[in-house]
Design a binder for this molecule. Structure first.
Ligand SMILES: Cc1cc2nc3c(=O)[nH]c(=O)nc-3n(C[C@H](O)[C@H](O)[C@H](O)COP(=O)(O)OP(=O)(O)OC[C@H]3O[C@@H](n4cnc5c(N)ncnc54)[C@H](O)[C@@H]3O)c2cc1C
Length: 392
């Protein structure tokens, strides 16, 4: 047992059991994880392992084939920690099942949930959340994909960019603006469920990124949809996206914790074994400092991630700022930690395709997706000032 597995946060038996289950799944993909993590296409054995494990059940409510009555953010956070430590491809496949489908569970009509969610829970259907556009990134309100209500049907046109799972998704939960603006001229945003096989939907590859990821550019060309494919009434789109983030953002922190655990284990073993100047690297002060500071980063952000996720499990609606704080702290820490770990390992930290080098690349996008660090800081700082004013 490695020292960094020290548990400061008392997990419930349910959460201990999810962590153990996710670790078993992660171990089952370890033999091909390095290969899977270099794939920009679906890595089929990794998906097969996820399906066999049935871990995706925890991101769907029990009524629709899931495991627990409600999606439990702490369970998702722990599962991502275990998955990411071994394989970013596995982590992404698992996480997207929840991120892509949760809005259906909270805002979709019962029949729609019954049609789509059991397949998500079993892993037979892969989910995608399509928000980002070529011109709309952090500024979600500026999306131009447009949904027009014709009474007996909807039509959808626009382009989405950098959409995880796009080439293999069964559906796209898509943020669009209603063609009819509000009376005050403001955009009315809605989420629309678009089955991938619908006429007018096409997917092209996104550019390759430094840490390969299954991504695609999606075009909706006058896609005709039944009116009930809009999730909830017109105008609920942004609120539903925020609900998705409330439940799942803390899990990015969990994934960052898993990445830090993995990187630090590799660096710690190296520092204990390699000798320079007649002693192990760990006995050379500056190297020990790199390891100790990294462990402090890991354990402090672990506590923040677990407590934010625990709060989100109990009350997602009021936990978004805490989850943002956890995501901000843990993903920034992951970049620092993996950079120090590479430094501890000297030239062996730089070998292309090694696990430590993969971690180094994989840490980087975490500070960009699901809310960039800068945008999170804006929300977190505003919350801080509000709380300070209320406490006065
Ligand atoms: C691996 C990966 C997977 C992804 N998967 C999906 C997906 O499944 N679905 C999806 O919809 N999108 C997805 N995305 C897109 C992702 O959500 C966007 O990249 C992200 O929202 C940032 O948008 P942007 O890249 O356009 O950057 P921009 O919004 O253009 O930001 C550029 C820079 O400006 C800063 N900035 C922007 N606005 C502000 C502000 N108001 N204050 C301070 N700083 C600001 C940002 O922090 C950043 O540093 C994915 C991206 C990646 C890398």
């Amino acid at each position: 047992m490695l020292p960094i597995s020290v548990q400061l946060f008392q997990l419930s038996p349910r959460h201990e059991s999810i962590l153990a289950e996710a670790r078993d799944l992660a171990e089952s993909v370890r033999p091909f994880a390095i290969e899977a993590d270099e794939c920009s296409d679906l890595h089929v054995p990794t998906l097969a392992a996820l399906r066999d494990s049935r871990l995706s059940e925890i991101v769907v409510p029990a009524t629709y084939g899931g495991r627990f009555e409600n999606v439990d953010s702490l369970a998702v956070c722990l599962a991502r920690q275990a998955c990411m430590k071994v394989s970013s491809h596995l982590d992404a496949l698992f996480a997207l099942q929840g991120i892509g489908s949760y809005a259906i569970a909270i805002a979709g009509a019962d029949a729609l949930c019954r049609e789509w969610l059991p397949g998500v829970a079993s892993g037979e259907i892969l989910a995608a959340l399509a928000v980002t556009e070529p011109e709309a990134g952090s500024d979600l309100r500026s999306v131009t994909t447009t949904v027009t209500d014709h009474g007996d049907h909807l039509s959808l046109s626009g382009r989405k960019s950098f959409i995880s799972n796009a080439p293999v998704a069964g559906f796209f939960t898509t943020l669009a603006r209603e063609s009819q603006p509000a009376a005050d001229g403001k955009a009315v945003l809605s989420l629309v469920l678009v089955p991938a096989g619908t006429q007018g939907v096409s997917v092209a590859p996104s550019p390759e990124i430094i840490a390969p990821h299954v991504l695609g550019e999606v075009t909706f060309a006058n896609v005709r949809l039944a009116p009930e494919m809009r999730l909830g009434p017109p105008g609920g789109g942004l609120g539903n996206v925020l609900s998705v983030l409330s439940v799942f953002r803390s899990s990015v922190a969990g994934a960052a914790v898993g990445l830090m655990e993995g990187a630090l284990e590799i660096a710690a073993l190296h520092a204990a074994e390699r000798r320079q100047f007649g002693r192990p690297l760990v006995r050379i002060g500056p190297v020990a400092g790199l390891l100790a500071d990294s462990w402090a980063d890991l354990e402090s952000t672990r506590l923040l991630a677990y407590s934010a996720a625990n709060a989100a499990s109990a009350d997602p609606a009021s936990s978004l700022d805490r989850s943002s704080l956890a995501k901000l702290a843990a993903t920034e820490a992951a970049s620092r930690v993996v950079d120090r770990c590479v430094q501890v390992m000297g030239r062996w930290g730089l070998i292309r395709g090694s696990k430590i080098e993969q971690y180094y690349r994989q840490a980087r996008p975490m500070r960009i997706y699901e809310g960039t660090s800068e945008v999170l800081r804006l929300g977190v700082a505003a919350r801080l000032c509000r709380e300070a004013a209320e406490a006065r």
